[in-house]
Design a protein around this ligand. Structure first.
Ligand SMILES: Nc1ncnc2c1ncn2[C@@H]1O[C@H](COP(=O)(O)OP(=O)(O)O)[C@@H](O)[C@H]1O
Ligand SMILES: [Mg+2]
Length: 249
């Protein structure tokens, strides 16, 4: 049996209401447990790739295919894809008034497993996980991301990652805009995910700081809606030194 977790072939995608193509035939394969890094200039389509994999209705898939866990998910909706074990941490997490961080996570886990969680078991696990992330417990009862600082929003995303335990997580610039301490905390959270869940990661980043404690299996350069180059972990430093110039037409 193949251990392919995600196989993207010739993926093209447009903005739903504008017919503007953003992904122009993208190929990518990720196996279970691997860590892949996506780099690329601003506007290349990195966030669009993450959202499209996750079934975001803002993007229309016009060609190619996405296979996840051996199943064709090209046409599936976000809720089904999430249930299969895919997770996306947003570049800009949205504020959701009216639902607390704790309830949001509890509902997401219950939707995924189809089983009701016992309140105290959940609470205990949540507060233990918040400790790992240096999050004050009071955040659990605050409305999701409302009034959270940039760093707190990113920590709340990693909290979801650790609580949901997905087989595959896409982290979209989870480290950008964070101070040194917050980057370290977020990195520790990601390490904890690797250690306890062992899932695969697709990390969209411009910096190596978040990767220091991780074994990177492959690096991909995304330019103009396509993967234009692939390399190993050492590729990251090379790109950070030389920039994306040589990949641009
Ligand atoms: N929902 C959208 N509506 C209109 N344009 C979009 C939308 N999403 C992305 N784009 C455009 O697609 C291109 C790629 O964006 P994005 O995926 O955010 O790039 P990256 O994350 O690599 O910086 C940009 O030109 C952006 O303006
Ligand atoms: Mg982006």
């Amino acid at each position: 049996m193949s251990d392919k977790l995600l196989e993207v072939k010739g993926l093209t995608a447009c903005v739903e209401d504008e017919d503007k193509e953003i992904l122009h035939g993208l190929d990518l394969t990720i196996r279970a447990g691997e860590t892949h890094v996506i780099m690329g200039p601003n506007g290349a389509g990195k966030s669009t790739l993450g959202s499209t994999l996750m079934g975001d209705p803002r993007y229309k898939i016009t060609g190619g295919s996405i296979e996840f866990q051996g199943e064709d998910i090209t046409e599936l909706t976000t809720d089904k894809i999430a249930k299969m074990g895919m997770f996306l941490s947003f570049q800009n997490p949205i504020e959701v008034p009216g639902i607390t961080l704790a309830n949001f996570i509890k509902t997401a886990i219950e939707n995924k497993t189809g089983e009701r969680l016992r309140f105290w078991d959940f609470k205990k696990q949540l507060s233990e996980t918040m400790k790992i992330l240096n999050m004050d417990e009071s955040y659990a009862d605050r409305d999701l991301n409302v009034g959270f600082s940039g760093g707190e929003k990113k920590k709340a995303e990693i909290l979801q990652l650790l609580m949901l335990k997905p087989a595959f997580a896409i982290l979209d610039e989870t480290d950008s805009g964070l101070d040194v301490d917050a980057v370290r905390t977020v990195s520790q959270g990601i390490e904890e995910y690797k250690k306890t869940v062992g899932g695969a990661l697709m990390i969209i980043t411009h910096s190596t700081r978040i990767l220091e404690a991780l074994d990177v299996d492959a690096t991909h350069v995304l330019v103009d809606g396509k993967i234009v180059a692939n390399g190993d972990a050492s590729y990251i430093d090379e790109i950070n030194e030389n920039g994306f110039e040589k990949f641009l037409k």
